[in-house]
Design a protein around this ligand. Structure first.
Ligand code: DX5
Ligand code: ZN
Length: 215
């Protein structure tokens, strides 16, 4: 069975708390919070206050996805508010091994995200430093984009690299995921399905979450 991470970017921002509670009741495994800076991507989204407030109303692990430049600057901000997993985009960080070690020192799990235009080959040198991996199947920046099938090839290669190195960490896929695509992703080896629009743009959150969880 797949684990499901609900991306709150697709929530109705005026009803975000109640929608998070509904997603938790429906059985999601993680909450995914995209932090965008208007520089690395055009969009602007949430900040540490969002994470702090989520932790007051939900017991779910909060997975923070930094889609911004200079991710190192935001480490203490997110560890102080209780983020459980901190993922940064590999191409936005000059010294990823150093930063991964710094994240772990705070007690958070450390993750890297790889955009659809970038390869996974560098994971060979990173797998033993990471706890979490996000393969992005859309360009960072917006919810509701079309899924890029090139992620399947990257999933395969990532599994090979994990086999070769002996380090297996959960593989998440982020962007454009629905139940049909989710089924293929799970068959291809994905462990966590990150979904925003498919869950929160559906009137029946619980049905959508249930369909993903059963994959
Ligand atoms: C894109 C974000 C994704 C996004 C997924 O920048 O990283 O997490 O919210 O949304 P959907 O599922 O709508 O593609
Ligand atoms: Zn994301």
């Amino acid at each position: 069975m797949a684990k499901v991470s609900a991306s709150i970017l697709a929530c109705d921002q005026m009803r975000i708390g109640e929608q998070i509670v509904a997603a938790e009741k429906a059985g999601v495994d993680f909450l995914h919070v995209d932090i965008m800076d208007g520089v690395y991507v055009e969009n602007l989204t949430f900040g540490p206050q969002t994470v702090r407030d989520i932790k007051r109303i939900s017991n779910l692990p909060v997975s923070v996805h930094l889609e911004l430049l200079h991710p190192e600057r935001y480490l203490s901000m997110f560890s102080e508010v209780g983020a459980d997993i901190l993922t940064f985009q590999l191409d936005a960080c000059n010294n990823p091994i150093h930063f991964l070690k710094e994240i772990k020192k705070t007690g958070m799990k450390a993750g890297v995200g790889i955009g659809p235009a970038y390869g996974v080959e560098n994971l060979k040198y990173l797998l033993h430093y990471i706890d979490w991996l996000i393969l992005m199947s859309v360009e960072p920046g917006y919810g509701g984009q079309t899924f890029e099938p090139s992620v399947y090839e990257k999933l395969n290669r990532t599994l090979e690299l994990m086999e070769e190195t002996g380090y297996r960490v959960p593989i998440s896929v982020d962007g454009g995921v629905n139940d049909e695509i989710g089924r293929e992703l799970v068959a291809a080896g994905a462990d966590v399905l990150i979904a925003g629009s498919y869950i929160f743009k559906n009137d029946d959150f619980s049905g959508a979450i249930g369909r993903l969880k059963r994959l």
